[in-house]
Design a protein around this ligand. Structure first.
Ligand SMILES: C=C(O[C@@H]1C=C(C(=O)O)C=C[C@H]1O)C(=O)O
Length: 354
């Protein structure tokens, strides 16, 4: 199903990137107002703050709930910024609408749950408000699209996808792995859907915000959702990934904004070369598959298994090392050969079972 979308019509729609900034959580009225004032002074026009906080484990600060909504109303009145908050249940939606919150977003744990998404979609029927949907915690593009389809089917046309990275056991560099290929594929499938990057949750650390923002812009993202706190080290949640409005302003000032349109002759010539190389790659792959089918025939006649693990490992090791030598990542080279091997095995299976 295609999404039926309308432009977001946010104040900084025409700027790229548009920025939504604010603390992870609305902790106190003073902290909310102080952060909002500083951000507004830096030219920020959209403010975010979590009121209901889904925490991984119990015992942490789970948000102030309804009590914090009037603080966001004050932010709106005193700074003129639009205000955004996360909703996870129909009751949250009802309250957010009651207080006049301007933008809603659905978090990663909620978008992973079709029942929760449907309940929220039902609560949004007949409402016109921008809704941003973060990717589900697990790297499942269909689940992400499905979550957005439910909201869209309820009549919400002003939507955006928020890329906040994917959970993994390995947290060496990122808190949530960026796996850029997933938002890239989403953009290929639904080009008119605005894409927002949340570098705070991908990185989990302040130092990673700037490079992640630049990567997002280089990939053509439309907006950034960034956590900013007037006193980040004292934040009640996600302290390590929040920056002061001053630092945020500095990070944004360094970003290089590139445009997706190509106007130069030069790139057309280079793309011709790419097309020619891709042709050769496909022909070579077809040639390799023909040899694999011959091997399949041989295996059938000699009653051998299709999968030959030792040979497969040898190929992965050899081509991984070769990839490194040629300036590619070894994982890339092994991934390519894993895919080739998969197709080779599939074709031999067909022959052996004929
Ligand atoms: C082609 C063969 O069959 C399978 C496919 C391989 C490949 O595509 O390179 C390697 C090992 C086998 O698992 C083979 O046995 O050599």
């Amino acid at each position: 199903m295609e999404l039926e979308l309308e432009p977001l019509r946010l104040p900084s729609d025409t700027e790229r990137p548009f920025v939504i900034a604010g603390p992870c959580s609305a902790e106190t009225e003073e902290q909310v107002m102080e952060t909002a004032r500083l951000l507004a002074m830096k030219g920020c026009r959209m403010f975010r703050a979590g009121v209901w906080k889904p925490r991984t484990k119990p015992g942490g600060f789970e948000g102030n709930g309804e009590k914090a909504l009037p603080w966001l109303v004050r932010v709106k009145q005193e700074t003129g910024m639009l205000v955004a908050t996360e909703v996870a249940t129909p009751e949250h939606i009802e309250l957010a609408l009651k207080y006049g919150i301007d933008i809603l977003w659905v978090g990663a744990r909620t978008s992973a749950n079709p029942f929760a998404m449907q309940a929220m979609a039902d609560a949004l029927k007949g409402v016109d408000i921008p809704v941003f949907v973060k990717n589900p915690v697990n790297p499942d593009l269909e689940l992400w699209i499905g979550a957005m389809e439910r909201i869209n089917q309820a009549g919400i046309k002003r939507m955006a996808a928020v890329h906040r990275g994917f959970s993994s056991y390995d947290k060496k560099i990122y808190r949530n792995l960026p796996m850029w290929q997933i938002p890239i594929e989403l953009h290929r499938r639904i080009p008119e859907l605005p894409m927002i990057c949340d570098p705070s949750h991908i990185g989990g650390r302040r130092e990673l915000i700037a490079p992640l923002c630049q990567q997002a812009l280089d990939l053509g993202f439309d907006g950034l959702l960034i956590e900013s706190h007037c006193d980040p080290d004292k934040a009640w949640s996600d302290a390590k990934q929040q920056v002061t409005p001053d630092v945020l302003d500095y990070i944004l000032s360094l970003l290089v904004v590139r445009s997706e349109t190509n106007t130069t002759e030069g790139i057309a010539v280079l793309r011709k070369q790419i097309d020619e190389i891709d042709n050769q790659l496909m022909e070579l792959l077809a040639k390799r598959m023909r040899v694999c089918r011959e091997i399949g025939q041989y295996k059938k006649e000699h009653n051998m298994t299709v999968l030959q693990s030792a040979r497969y490992s040898e190929i992965l090791d050899k081509r991984g090392a070769q990839g490194s030598l040629c300036g590619m990542s070894p994982e890339f080279a092994t991934n390519v050969f894993e895919l080739i091997h998969g197709e080779s095995v599939r074709q031999q299976m067909e022959i052996i079972n004929k």
